[in-house]
Design a protein around this ligand. Structure first.
Ligand code: 4AD
Ligand code: MG
Length: 478
């Protein structure tokens, strides 16, 4: 048996007149003669030419869209248009039939909505093939970036007893029989009898545990799934998403911003190099989509230009207070004011405000810092003005917030005071406070929403299309 060769490698082969074996899924079969075969290594199919006169008719019938086949034959220069090489098949084996009457993926363009309903099969389309190869490269690049800089990859727990963001958006974890939940004498749920002997939930962020690691290993990062039971019925939210959270001892907010900007540029550049053909495909795809829109709503830049622009420009850095001043003076366009008027200092920015700053005002990625402490988490370092904290949010065109981070409050008294003010239980977080008791030091970190990064790099419009199996309200089918 000859070795299976990936189609991507074959299409780039300088050699012809060699015997090869490929395995993949039939995209189309034309005139009983030409198979377009794909194995997911690239969006380009290899053409297999079938000697139909000398092939069993029963076998020919089984070469249908979606079937898995193995082909052995000679790689030859192709005379046909659109490909340089093709395979003259000498042997075809059906590995898995696919009933063409029932196969949901027809060789035509399907809507993304429809493909979401068949998420178990959508990997087989060009669009999703490209998206998930880009996603893979971005994940690899994240590790490479941190590993090159001597960071330690820290695995933080998925099941925790804390709510790092203090936003109360957690999913409970229990092994109770839901039809028979033990109660105490006073009628409350008796968590002592639960698996962990206390209430637990899925993690919303690995930050708090990451900070513990940084207080010994100096430079750490996590990269794992996080879960939020918030309203995720938007094109930017998922109930289960992957987050990358570096945490660095001795870094201040400016170091934190530099690290985040370097990382984003590094991973985007990596994907552009590694997945040039996929990004080219996605750029074309988006151009087609743009053509459906009225002229004045079309994007000024192609996807490729957008990515390059992001690499070649410094991100704009300004404070929340400066941003509010800009927004108060702005009217997004002549007819329409902001749906949520900018009330003034102290209110949280809506995504329309963030997008205005990035897409209309600065026209580039923006880092906003020093938010009012009231709208940020308890662990952020308080500034000397008594009103703001050393927070930073990175806003991207078409996405809005892609990173949230901060310098952490390392001063025990300030941290405890803030926790009291915000009603965060100090006794439950005794281990977190211990780091401030024993050798605490200035440190900073941030969280990058991995799917939002994939959204940006692929140019897709809905976060549900950049994770293989999206979790959102009323959806956990696959
Ligand atoms: O701003 P967030 O809530 O920050 C934290 O969780 C910090 N503990 C991170 C840290 O400092 N270590 O979330 C970080 C990022 C957001 O900027 C966004 O990109 C993404 O996570 N994110 C989501 N992505 C998809 N679906 C959701 N529901 C998300 N919520 C946050
Ligand atoms: Mg945030």
């Amino acid at each position: 048996m000859s070795q299976r060769v990936k189609i991507k490698a074959l299409l780039q082969s300088q050699q012809t007149e060699i015997d090869v074996t490929v395995k993949g899924w039939v995209r189309t079969f034309r005139n009983n003669q030409f198979i377009a075969l794909n194995d997911g290594s690239t969006n380009n199919n290899i053409q297999v030419v079938v000697d139909f006169e000398n092939t069993d008719a029963a076998l020919l019938k089984r070469i249908t869209t979606g079937a898995a086949i193995s082909v052995t034959g000679k790689l030859v220069a192709s005379l046909g248009k659109g490909q340089t090489v093709e395979i003259k098949a000498t042997e075809i084996e059906i590995l898995g039939d696919s009933d063409p009457e029932k196969y949901p993926l027809q060789p035509k363009k399907h809507s993304l909505e429809f493909l979401r309903e068949i998420a178990h099969l959508r990997f087989r389309t060009n669009t999703f093939g490209a998206i998930f190869r880009v996603r893979n490269s971005l994940a690899f690049a994240v590790h490479q970036f941190f590993q090159e800089r001597g960071f330690v990859y820290l695995h933080t727990p998925v099941i925790t007893a804390s709510d790092a963001e203090g936003a109360g958006e957690t999913f409970h974890v229990t092994n109770f029989d839901l039809d028979n939940i033990p109660k105490t004498d006073t009628g409350e749920i008796d968590f002592k009898q639960d698996f962990f002997g206390r209430p637990t939930n899925l993690t919303v962020s690995g930050q708090l545990e990451g900070e513990l690691g940084a207080m010994a290993l100096s430079d750490v990062y996590t990269f794992g799934p996080t879960f939020r039971a918030e309203n995720s019925n938007t094109t930017r939210h998922l109930a289960e998403f992957w987050m990358i959270e570096p945490e660095v001892a001795f870094n201040d907010l400016a170091d934190n911003m530099d690290l985040a900007e370097d990382m984003l540029k590094y991973v985007i550049r990596y994907a552009l190099d590694k997945n040039a053909d996929d990004i080219e495909f996605l750029t074309q795809r988006l151009q087609e989509e743009e053509k459906q829109k009225p002229q004045n709503e079309r994007s000024e830049m192609t996807l490729l230009e957008k990515l390059q622009f992001c690499l070649n420009n410094d991100f704009e850095r300004l404070t929340y207070t400066e941003a509010i001043d800009i927004l108060k003076e702005s009217t997004p366009n002549k007819k329409k004011k902001f749906q949520y008027p900018v009330e003034g200092w102290g209110t949280d920015l809506q995504s329309e405000h963030e997008r205005y700053l990035v897409e209309k005002h600065f026209k580039k990625p923006v880092i906003l810092t020093d938010y009012p402490k009231e709208i940020k988490a308890f662990y952020m370092r308080q500034n000397d003005d008594g009103k703001t904290v050393g927070a930073m949010d990175i806003l991207f065109p078409g996405i809005g917030e892609i990173i949230g981070g901060s310098q952490r409050e390392e001063r025990l008294d300030k941290l405890e005071q803030r926790m009291d003010e915000m009603g965060i239980p100090k006794d439950e977080l005794w281990w977190y406070l211990d780091t401030r008791r024993f050798g605490g030091c200035p440190h900073s970190g941030f969280g990058l929403g991995f799917e939002r990064l994939v959204l940006f790099v692929t140019g897709m419009g809905n976060i549900r299309d950049v994770i293989p199996f999206p979790r959102f309200p009323k959806n956990a089918e696959f």
